[in-house]
Design a protein around this ligand. Structure first.
Ligand SMILES: [Ca+2]
Ligand SMILES: [Ca+2]
Ligand SMILES: [Zn+2]
Length: 724
């Protein structure tokens, strides 16, 4: 087959990004954000010619190799940060996402620097690196350079800053891994040092092959043989994961920082325990929910265990088979307290409807305050059946600011029912709900049967600002990457896109998250990659066209099987989104299906320079009882004080949600501090939850039925349950 001559003109190196624009066999142009390579921290730093301790650790002059990580190296639980101007916009957005994971899963929080003595200054250095612990040097720099803009890389560097060394430098590592000295590149041997137990404490946590702080088997190798061989062979491909914190990473962090609560986690329930997480049968109804392992009419298994464990795997069920129309079964959560003053939460759950066509589930909240000591009900959203007779994932955004319960009303509708309503794997956190969910049905089959270099595409989603976009996924990798999943984000223009929008699309961050379907949101190790639409980026260095321009201009027309047509712009992403081996691990696939969460968020506020505090004295936020609430408040970061409901709040001059991820710019009063202390006692101990041994884990062997029966071919469904 003769190749078109023009293929050559497309193989031009990128002036700006030093990467290569590739023209795949399909008509879609794709841009690999990391040059088509799966770059771990150590690869990036090695290419940058850095010679740091263990690849990415900066030691200061005073710091000997044997320094002890003691109290003086600890940060306060809320760490001030400053984003230096040279940081990439996408990197800033991903750093904020990493902070959100710290807030969800640990007691560590981050806030913009307001003049505190010690703070972390994040910059775009020549690689990804950090010091270990709080060096008490005032401005402590941490580098998130090119290609370091991955959430796990950022979590890793911040774990160094918090006081952690690499997992394989633990004093007991020789019990668990063999270091193959002959395979280490010359001069790189010192990267495999081991610290004795007075330098690096393992905090009583067993050696963790799954740590985000562990090298991969090929780190610093001189050829093709691994440098690290795990004593248990099954872990050979586990080490070096760069998805998320492992359970033991979190446990160690909790022990080092005496964590008792996280900032944004509220509740999680998989109904495996008889106490159903403190949920109650609510008052004022006609029927009850029951805790069962299967229900007449379906489902035959819960969602948590998907039938993997005989005699376990519980869910809550409200049978509508024998009820009268209008009969309600009310299931309420325990009392919950907002932990921040964000005023928003995300409720996530799995729902199965085997009842009648008019049976419904209504999500409500019961809010308590002085005038409503018994709570007052407020309907949030009726949940519509997407597909009866299968477990479906729903996200419902809540907006609660007081003490509350979540209330699930199962309502019997008119018409016959042979089953009922079921709930499982509920999670509630003070985080933003994903905007869109792409359920990839039969994903394990797709991975087995899709040829290499063949993409499947998500439905077209519409962002809040009115941009249409979609994700392209290669279940068997792009050409040259047969062991990987490859993933790209595309802008799209459909015939419905008639409103005038700004082109090229300015500063939207598209995030593609493969959901780890662990029932507990705190234990999920999702795989997340983000790209940001830079309106100045060209299709290539000789082109007048902008990469993120209207797809009608820079894209190709696509015809779907159903006859619909639209324009798909070029994709930005990576051929090494996640290795296929890892995609088959954990709970990325359950019952054969995978879920990909998609969001497109405006990050244009991150193009603005972070204000430098005017004074280096931290503002006193503890003693303020003014008549004019604003009279005694100085809003840092260029903020303006406003009186809102009798309370002083600082608003950021550069936009209402400047630091949308934390709440520091929007309020600087004492109210929050008071609230958080009062609430500590009411919450379960974080550390205890993490060491809970889930009985069912023992029998959870990853066994996925392959191929047999069920739907054929590629089925994609759009589950956008946010509905707002
Ligand atoms: Ca369950
Ligand atoms: Ca009841
Ligand atoms: Zn490191």
């Amino acid at each position: 087959m003769g190749r078109p001559k023009c293929l050559f003109c497309l193989h031009i190196s990128w002036l700006l990004f030093q990467n290569v624009l590739s023209l795949p066999t399909s008509r879609v142009l794709e841009y690999d954000v990391d040059g088509g390579r799966n770059l771990d921290i150590f690869d990036i730093n090695e290419e940058a010619g850095l010679h740091l301790v263990e690849g990415d650790i900066v030691l200061d002059e005073k710091q000997g190799r044997n320094s002890i990580i003691g109290d003086k190296y600890r940060w306060p639980k809320t760490i001030p940060y400053y984003f230096e101007d040279d940081l990439e916009i996408n990197a800033k957005g991903v750093i904020l996402k990493a902070f959100e994971q710290y807030r969800l899963k640990t007691c560590i929080d981050f806030k913009p620097w307001e003049g505190e003595k010690n703070y972390i200054s994040v910059f775009k250095g020549n690689g990804c690196f950090s010091s270990v612990g709080n060096r008490n040097v005032g401005k402590q720099r941490l580098s998130i350079g090119a290609n370091c803009d991955r959430i796990a890389t950022i979590e890793h560097e911040f774990l160094h800053a918090l006081g952690f060394w690499h997992e394989q430098s633990r004093s007991d590592r020789d019990d668990y891994v063999s270091i193959m000295r002959d395979h280490i590149s010359e001069g790189k041997e010192s990267n495999f040092n081991m610290y004795n137990d007075t330098t690096s404490s393992s905090l009583g946590v067993p050696y963790d092959y799954g740590s985000v702080m562990h090298y991969s088997k090929n780190s610093f190798r001189n050829g093709t043989e691994p440098t690290i061989v795990t004593k248990i062979p099954a872990f050979a491909d586990v080490i070096g994961q760069r998805m998320e914190f492992s359970d033991n990473d979190l446990l160690k962090l909790h022990r080092l920082y005496s964590c008792t609560r996280s900032s944004t986690f509220l509740d999680s329930c998989d109904f495996e325990k008889e106490n159903i997480c403190g949920m109650i049968q609510g008052p004022g109804d006609q029927a009850d929910w029951t805790r069962v392992t299967q229900a007449a009419g379906g489902p035959n298994t819960d969602y948590t265990n998907m039938g993997k464990c005989e005699g376990s795997g519980y869910f809550m069920h409200f049978s509508t088979a024998t009820r009268k129309p209008g009969d309600t079964g009310r299931l309420e959560s325990r009392l919950l307290y907002p932990r921040t003053n964000r005023g928003y939460q995300c409720l996530q759950f799995f729902y199965y409807n085997s009842g009648g066509a008019n049976d419904s589930l209504v999500v409500q909240v019961r809010e308590y305050d002085e005038s409503n000591p018994n709570g007052s009900l407020r309907v949030i959203q009726p949940v519509f059946v997407l597909a009866p007779n299968s477990w479906q994932l729903y996200h419902v955004p809540l907006n609660v600011a007081k003490k509350f319960r979540v209330v699930f009303d199962g309502v019997k509708g008119t018409g016959p029912s042979g089953g009922g309503l079921s709930l499982d794997d509920i999670n509630l956190s003070e985080t933003a709900c994903p905007e869109h969910v792409w359920r990839v049905k039969n994903f394990s089959d797709l991975m087995d049967n899709t040829p290499n270099n063949t993409a499947i595409y998500s439905p077209v989603f519409r962002s809040r600002e009115g941009y249409s976009y979609q994700m392209g996924l290669y279940p068997s990798g792009k050409e040259g990457y047969p062991e990987e999943l490859s993933a790209y984000a595309h802008l799209v223009t459909t015939s419905d896109d008639t409103e005038v929008r700004k082109w090229p699309c300015p500063w939207k961050q598209i995030t593609m998250t493969l959901l780890d379907q662990n029932p507990d949101i705190m234990r999920r190790m999702n795989n997340l990659r983000s790209v940001t639409t830079d309106p100045t980026m060209r299709v290539n260095d000789t082109s007048e066209l902008f990469f993120w321009d209207d797809p009608r201009k820079v894209g190709f027309e696509v015809s779907e099987a159903d006859g619909s047509k639209y324009f798909r712009g070029p994709g930005a992403g990576t051929p090494t989104y996640l290795s296929r081996g890892r995609a088959k691990s954990r709970d990325f696939i359950k019952g054969g299906d995978a879920f990909i969460l998609l969001t497109m968020e405006d990050v244009s506020h991150l193009t603005v320079t972070q204000p430098i505090p005017s004074s280096t004295v931290p503002p006193d936020t503890t003693t303020m009882v003014p008549s004019d609430p604003c009279s005694m408040i100085t809003c840092g970061n260029g903020g303006v004080c406003l009186v809102d409901d009798g309370t002083a709040v600082c608003r950021c001059a550069v936009g209402e949600d400047w630091w949308n991820y934390g709440e520091y710019c929007q309020h600087r009063g004492s109210a929050q501090d008071g609230m958080t202390t009062a609430l500590i006692a009411s919450f379960s101990v974080l550390a205890a939850m993490l060491v809970v041994t889930v009985v069912s884990v023992v029998c959870v062997k990853r066994k996925y039925k392959s191929g047999a029966g069920e739907d054929q071919g590629v089925t994609m469904s759009n589950i956008n349950a946010t509905g707002m």
